[in-house]
Ligand binder design. Structure first.
Ligand code: FBP
Ligand code: MG
Ligand code: MG
Length: 333
């Protein structure tokens, strides 16, 4: 059975085989997640990855499965969150694929949505020159969300497509060829437990949201935090809003938490192709070039108007971001 129902022209011909391989593994991973706890413990700790993050069994299972399935495909270089170095899969391949095999792994044991994020560039002469380049060179970026519904969201540079897994036929069905991020919303997502570590512009923006009708924004907002980037992205594609994982004052968080190659670049690609915005707070994510495979970047994305507003907070003079919200007049709306 093909993992994608037939939809002429939706997937570029030169990427069809790789997408089929990714889709097939995603269906297997989804099945395994659904059976978690019956004959295996998917949340069990089983090691540490290059960044010192604890690896769960499912992190390793997913990485092994995607890597094995892409062996012998057009993927020349494979870079994974779970591997220190990029792996050469096929010397004759024309593509470079970066992957977060299992995103949101702190949620595995809670039965909340987790996912897989992938990014595809044309392969260059070496793994380094293939991956250490701007996100704007991507030819495909997307994610699979393993939730109550399994969905695959992908852009090949001409809009963002949405596929839903039909559990009956075990194939992804295209339900929207041009997903759009709603232009605005009253929801923001940030891990507010880090408030004391944030920079002044981020504190000022969140202070003004939290102040609601009594603050300069003059309206109430709602907060969400799922600790699963794919699930936050999926909500924003459905309902709008903004996600922030800024840099902060903790050791190791000088560039935030999220990794450029296999988290921020592909999510920024999907979001901007759906009409949203994606920055590091000041500059577009897709214009950046990572310095190393596992480089991190502050990441802010969502409804374009909100992302632009957060950038504007970074341009405020120091006395404005230090002011109590009641005195911050510039952003009355
Ligand atoms: O626990 P924190 O600091 O709120 O971080 C949550 C973030 O970490 C992540 O789980 C990192 O991804 P991994 O699970 O792939 O390491 C994101 O999905 C999520 O946005
Ligand atoms: Mg991740
Ligand atoms: Mg991961």
């Amino acid at each position: 059975m093909k993992p994608f129902a037939t939809h002429p022209d939706a997937i570029p011909a030169d990427l069809q085989d790789v997408m089929d391989r990714l889709g097939s593994v995603a269906i297997e991973v989804a099945t395994r997640i659904a059976r978690g706890g019956i004959d295996e413990d998917l949340a069990g700790l089983c090691g540490t990855n290059t960044d010192g993050d604890g690896q769960k069994a499912l992190d390793v299972i997913a990485d092994d499965a995607f890597r094995a399935a892409l062996d012998g495909s057009a993927v020349r270089f494979y870079a994974s969150e779970e591997q220190e170095e990029a792996v050469t899969l096929n010397e004759a391949g024309t593509l470079a694929l970066a992957i977060d095999p299992l995103d949101g792994s702190s949620n595995i044991d809670t039965n909340l949505s987790v996912g897989t994020i992938f990014a595809i560039w044309p392969a260059a002469a070496t793994a380094e020159t293939s991956f250490l380049r701007p996100g704007s060179d991507l030819i495909a970026g997307g994610y699979i969300i393993y939730g109550p519904q399994v969905c695959l969201m992908v852009s090949f540079g001409q809009g963002t497509q949405k596929y839903v897994l039909d559990p009956g036929s075990r194939s992804f069905v295209l339900v929207d060829r041009a997903v759009k991020v709603p232009p605005t919303s009253t929801e923001f997502a940030i891990n507010a437990s880090n408030y004391r570590h944030w920079s002044k512009p981020i504190r000022a923006y969140i202070d003004d949201c939290v102040a609601g009708t009594e603050g300069p924004r003059g309206r109430n907002f709602n907060m969400r935090w799922l600790a699963s980037l794919v699930a936050e992205t999926h909500r924003i594609l459905a309902r709008g809003g903004v996600f922030l994982y800024p840099r902060d004052g903790r050791k190791g968080y000088e560039q935030g938490r999220l990794r450029y190659l296999y988290e921020c670049a592909p999510i920024a690609f999907v979001i901007t192709q759906a009409g949203g915005g994606a920055t590091d707070g000041e500059n577009p994510i897709l214009g950046q070039t990572p310095a190393r495979l596992h480089a991190r970047t502050p990441f802010i994305f969502g409804s374009a108007e909100k992302v632009a507003r957060i950038t504007a907070y970074h341009d405020l003079p120091e006395q404005e971001t230090s002011a109590l919200f009641g005195n911050r007049g510039l952003f009355r709306s």
